[in-house]
Design a protein around this ligand. Sequence first.
Ligand SMILES: [Zn+2]
Length: 76
Amino acid sequence: MLRDERSPDPADRGARRRIVGFHQDDEAYWVADLDCGHSQHVRHDPPWQERPWVVTAEGRQRFIGTTLRCVLCKTE
Ligand SMILES: [Zn+2]
């Protein structure tokens, strides 16, 4: 059963920003570079976060140009 999609969710705050590229952090997790100048982790860390696409170059390429919510760009 789906809960109310409008319920407050910290992971769903922030402004939508476009992904312009990816890099890896010191622990080899992938980080999306956003067009606002911020970056955001896109971990593939099952079972909590499933993003199998992020570990392949082809998968990452597919997500360039899509949007993520940037928690550092909260709406004022
Ligand atoms: Zn931002």
